[in-house]
Design a protein around this ligand. Structure first.
Ligand SMILES: C[S@@+](CC[C@H](N)C(=O)[O-])C[C@H]1O[C@@H](n2cnc3c(N)ncnc32)[C@H](O)[C@@H]1O
Length: 243
């Protein structure tokens, strides 16, 4: 993949797990530059002038969604995540809460307490990161209307109750750390697409699926608009068809 939006490799250490963001055990970390590039490409397919709603149906610890929330805060009205795993969701809730100024200041306070107690260099770095993250959301804090994170099996027969979603970004369960769970054992991706389709704004939406290179990502209600490969991952961008 050629980076068309995140053309310059920056220092993304403010997003490092367990600095300000919290790392969920056994959740694979997603490269920040790649996350931002995928989001920017999604935005290039739709109209985001009035702000958009984003949803990750397999949000894990919410790292991907939170990173996108910071880097693209100016575009976001609503941020939604679901996962089947209660433990991962606990982390996702804590991470997504950082996208609000109140949540971030609370986190900064707890890092400050630890720094006052132990005086570690890493805690001081975390405090500086928290300040830089705060400057990223200061203008958008008021425009962010809703953040929700809940338990949902995206392979079940019904979609969650979110509506008019503009961007779905998800890192599918694959590899050693995460696998599909839930009711639909046969073709979980097919049922995930069935559910996603029902909650999209069909006039203004795009879906970006991160998977391994061997997975064929397609569905009869969606048209592939782009496919990219990067390292061991593939990114498939699809837009919903209107019937
Ligand atoms: C690759 S991880 C996602 C990591 C996430 N992007 C992050 O930043 O932490 C895939 C996730 O899919 C979840 N998952 C597996 N089966 C699911 C299902 N049926 N419905 C919803 N989530 C599911 C797993 O619990 C796991 O958290």
């Amino acid at each position: 993949m050629k980076f068309e939006f995140e053309t310059i490799k920056k220092d993304y250490s403010d997003f490092s797990s367990d600095r300000v963001l919290i790392n969920a055990p056994r959740t694979p970390a997603f490269p920040v530059r790649v996350a931002s590039e995928i989001m920017a490409r999604c935005l290039s397919f739709i109209d985001s002038s009035d702000g958009i709603s984003i949803y990750d149906p397999c949000c894990g610890g919410g790292h991907l969604l939170t990173v996108i929330g910071f880097l693209h805060s100016a575009n976001l009205n609503n941020v939604y995540g679901t996962d089947i795993d209660d433990r991962a969701l606990d982390y996702a809730k804590r991470n997504l809460n950082l996208l609000t100024m109140d949540g971030l200041l609370q986190r900064k306070k707890s890092i400050q307490c630890n720094y006052d107690k132990y005086g570690k260099e890493s805690q001081l770095e975390a405090l500086c990161s928290a300040d830089r993250l705060a400057s990223m959301i200061i203008d958008s804090d008021k425009s962010l209307k809703d953040i929700q994170c809940l338990k949902w099996d995206i392979t079940s027969s019904k979609p969650p109750f979110f509506r008019d979603i503009n961007i779905v970004i998800t890192d599918l369960p694959y590899g050693n750390m995460a696998h599909w769970e839930g009711i639909m054992k046969n073709n979980p991706t097919e049922q995930m697409f069935n559910n996603i389709y029902q909650i999209l704004d069909l006039n203004n939406s795009v879906v970006a699926i991160v998977s391994n290179k061997n997975q064929r990502i397609k569905h009869e209600c969606f048209k592939q608009v782009k496919r990219l490969k990067h390292g061991k991952r593939q990114f498939t961008f699809l837009r919903p068809l209107r019937f």
